[in-house]
Ligand binder design. Sequence first.
Ligand code: SAM
Length: 275
Amino acid sequence: MGQSDPFLNSPADPPAAIKRLGQNFLIDPNIVRKIVALADISQNDPVLEIGPGRGVLTEVLCKTAGHVTAVEIDPRLYAYLTERQAEFPNLTLVLDDALVYPVENLPSGTIVVANLPYYISTPLLFRLLDQRDRFPRLVLMLQNEVADRLVAKPGSSDYGVLSVMAQYAAEITKAFRVSAQCFRPRPEVGSAVVLLRTRVQRELSAAEEPKFAALVKAAFAHRRKTLVNSLKDEGYDQGRIAGALDRLALSPSVRAEVLSREQLIQLTRGMLSPG
Ligand code: SAM
């Protein structure tokens, strides 16, 4: 990082990676550049980075954005980056767990860029999408299988709760795969970078959204069963389900995995309306 005099100000060696914290550090500058380019950041934009690690992505983000907030859970990495803080006047380093850090206090228009720790990528993603009004886009490095589930279409084996709920919140593109060789240490799973452009327009009201989330979860809870049986097993009223399917001209033997997001939205509305 930076051009500091190596004799006067030689930085300490970076701390060794801790596997349980998902520490697979990027070592390929081309991948770093591609991630930052995909985020389409202008010089006034605020950016949130989760897990800055040794700062390889942070450094380029700071040169590109107006301000960067970077949340790191590992005190050793936090201390390592704090030592270099002088090089990055537009960086706010935070020592915290990104699962509890109050992202709702970040300014509206914040772009999220992260090589996520894979062990918590799904709950983290949903925390961020819950606050999507302030995040126009998110560029995330994820486990390749999670990326496939995020972009999966109805009828595919990857299609499920994650696909429906994430696609409800954002338009998602799988941008590129990243080889294990681009990290140290190398991850045991494949990786990919996804771009999520959050949806400004809400298709459901604030009151309907939790009902939709619950219905989607129940619909996919028993993958080998029909939608009617799956929902019945999860406590939904069979007569109401049958009525809603009938009004949507859907077969009583339909399975959740072939229903589009729009159909699941209509089903939620159908289940809520009387008759
Ligand atoms: N951004 C760096 C890079 O690309 O080389 C590091 C990415 S590494 C895959 C994930 C980073 O997230 C690590 O620095 C790890 O310590 C940090 N991390 C893990 N769990 C975290 C959490 N709950 N909250 C914040 N950071 C976390």
